[in-house]
Design a protein around this ligand. Structure first.
Ligand code: DGL
Length: 262
């Protein structure tokens, strides 16, 4: 599994809880984050490097792209190239969103890259559900999470400004279309009010992992405890400290990852 940084740990947490027997390698590309403000071609290149590294260096039997921006950058080539299944977060998130709404008015928030790609509009249309979708980019949210600042006045002021169009749209379900955002769920919920259900793709993606591995006969027997490895392209000490606060006790060490030279 990989993400630009800490955000994918929300998906890692859900996957470890659902599939405790599976081994998990998580790469947080903190040396190159944020992805959301970068050209999608660059992000697509990073995704290729990370996915191939998971397969070649860590012998992954499946790759979870635990990053909306990397998914939005396009995974078609990667899906064709890679010898293992690739599971992304956008399709499961869109499904969870349309299943949650009662009124049919829904919203999604994400990085500038994800929102500009139109990937969520397509994914929601693909569900076939008759919903009206409002979307907004939330530049700045990821940076707060990467600094470990998940609450407080500054985050609240930014959230009030960025979420204003979503509040005006009178939605009853809001999809957190960036894996970093569940760490800001308290603030986002305070701004949106108790009538709006926040939907995170983390649980839905973990179920997708279980179904895909099950279909392919790749699930491990339940009578073992999986091994969890956490790897970062940035400062490994920072990753271990902040990552443990965000994920929990399984993140007790971090290894270093370097992108291929050239
Ligand atoms: N967590 C990532 C996502 O789901 C990207 C955040 C970033 O690096 O901008 O979009």
């Amino acid at each position: 599994m990989f993400d630009s940084g800490f955000g994918g740990l929300t998906v890692a947490r859900a996957t470890i809880d659902l599939l405790p027997a599976e081994d998990l390698v998580y790469i947080g590309d903190t040396g190159r984050y944020p992805y959301g403000s970068k050209p999608l071609e660059d992000v697509r290149e990073y995704a290729h490097e990370l996915a191939w590294s998971l397969v070649r260096d860590y012998e992954a039997k499946a790759v979870v792209v635990a990053c909306n921006t990397a998914t939005a950058a396009g995974l078609d080539d990667l899906r064709r190239e890679l010898p293992v299944p690739i599971i992304d977060v956008i399709a499961p998130g869109a499904r969870a969103l349309v299943q949650t709404t009662q009124t049919g008015r829904v919203a999604v928030i994400g990085t500038v890259g994800t929102m500009a790609s139109g990937a969520y509009v397509r994914a929601v249309v693909d569900t076939g559900a008759p919903v009206s979708l409002t979307s907004a980019a939330c530049p700045g949210f990821v940076e707060f999470v990467e600094r470990g600042q998940t609450s407080g006045d500054e985050v609240m002021v930014l959230a009030e400004r960025l979420l204003a169009p979503i509040r005006d749209a009178d939605v009853d379900a809001l999809l957190l279309g960036c894996t970093h955002y569940p760490f800001l769920a308290r603030t986002i919920s305070d701004v949106m009010g108790g009538d709006v259900t926040l939907v995170s793709s983390a649980d839905e993606t973990a179920f997708e992992v279980m179904h895909r591995l099950g279909e392919l006969g790749l699930l491990r027997d339940a009578d073992r405890i999986g091994r969890h490895r956490f790897v970062s392209s940035g400062d490994v000490e920072v990753f271990r400290e902040l990552g443990a606060q965000l994920l929990g006790p399984e993140l007790d060490h971090t290894e270093s990852w370097r992108p291929p030279a050239g």
